[in-house]
Write a protein that binds this ligand. Structure first.
Ligand code: DAH
Length: 350
């Protein structure tokens, strides 16, 4: 029984040592100490030859049992260490997919382009086609066929950059009306908008820029009326400035329309009551419009007896200045990132 006690004590020591092991290398040392050639168990096995032969099988069996038991304890510990190592690695390498990603710097679409795109979306939804025209235009399309002959006083309203006698930088987007009507050949109904850059020989100041943007609109059909014009412009004003805006048409003069109107939108700051923003009128002017002049229809191949049309021209900078309360038109063109970034929309650059 002395051997039995010795083995039990040995197992207790093993269990104690295993409890202290925290690394696989340490486990190898313990294994060598308890199961190696020079271990106590091996020595006991060696001592077996001194026993009477009838006791040897039982003794041998006991030692072997103990060896298996020790090996099992050590394997168990090894499995435990492996599991702990994997667990630690997983914890260390864990990715929290709910963390926000790094903030990638993304650009901002220029506010003028945003407004142009908003207007394009709005009109495309109403069945309009978006047209473009050249910025270097001929006098004929920019003036003549729009009912502004040479020496007409209306030319003074649009001080022009001439390239030579016949070519110029377009002073408005209205020549695209001419181009489209000529393209459509006097038969097809027209329903277009045309956004683009325009140029005038103005001295730059808070409300003038020698280069600016407009969106032109033109509808020509056999039963187009001024009521259609008004309804369309009301839709634009509400889309741009809010659903409770009203518009007001004032008689005006443009050579290419008759009658001509100037269109005002009710002031966003005072809702029409009058305030400094609208110079106490309750309204702010946003665009020019009218029914296409018979001379223009004829000059562009449309029979005024059959066709009528309406047209309008919107200044994009003015729209943006009113919408966002911008005081100086030059801010659009100096490309100060602090200015540009203010108009960042959710979802980044479109
Ligand atoms: N072309 C005009 C301008 O630049 C704006 C304009 C007014 C365009 C009335 C139109 C219109 O088509 O009908 O001042």
């Amino acid at each position: 029984m002395e051997v039995k006690k010795q083995l039990e004590a040995l197992e207790k020591t093993l269990i104690g040592k295993l409890a202290d092991v925290s690394k696989p290398e340490g486990l190898n040392d313990v294994k060598a100490e308890f199961l190696g050639k020079k271990a106590v168990l091996s020595r006991l096995m060696g001592a077996m030859k001194d026993l009477p032969s009838e006791e040897r099988p039982a003794f041998g069996e006991r030692i072997n049992q103990t060896k298996r038991r020790f090996a099992a304890l050590i394997d168990e510990k090894r499995a435990e260490l492996d599991a702990a190592r994997i667990e630690a690695k997983l914890l260390e390498e864990r990715i929290d997919v709910t963390l926000p990603g790094p903030d990638l710097a993304s650009g901002t679409r220029h506010v003028l382009n945003q407004i142009v795109e908003d207007i394009e979306d709005l009109f495309m939804g109403m069945g309009y086609v978006v047209k473009e025209g050249p910025e270097v235009e001929c006098d004929d399309y920019n003036f003549e066929r729009l009912n502004i002959p040479k020496h007409h006083p209306a030319r003074d309203m649009q001080d022009t950059f001439f390239i030579d006698k016949e070519r110029l930088l377009r002073t408005h987007t209205s020549p695209v009306q001419v181009r489209t009507m000529l393209e459509y050949g006097g038969e097809k109904p027209v329903k277009i908008i045309c956004p683009g850059k325009t140029y005038r020989r103005d001295d730059d100041d808070p409300t003038h820029s020698h280069q600016f943007m407009q969106v032109e609109g033109l509808v020509v059909d056999e039963d187009t009326t001024m009521a259609d014009l008004k309804g369309t412009l009301e839709t634009v004003a509400k889309a741009m400035f809010g659903a409770n805006r009203r518009i007001r048409l004032r008689p005006s003069y443009f050579p290419f329309t008759e009658p001509s109107v100037e269109v005002d939108v009710s002031c966003a700051a005072c809702a029409g009551d009058g305030c400094p923003m609208c110079k106490h009128t309750g309204y702010i002017e946003i665009l020019g419009a009218g029914m296409v002049h018979n001379n223009v229809l004829s000059a562009c191949g449309y029979d005024p007896k059959r066709y009528q049309g309406f047209a309008f021209g919107i200044g994009i900078e003015r729209l943006a200045m009113l919408k966002y309360g911008i005081a100086d038109i030059r801010d659009f063109y100096t490309n100060d990132l602090r200015f540009n970034k203010q108009f960042k929309r959710p979802g980044g650059a479109r």
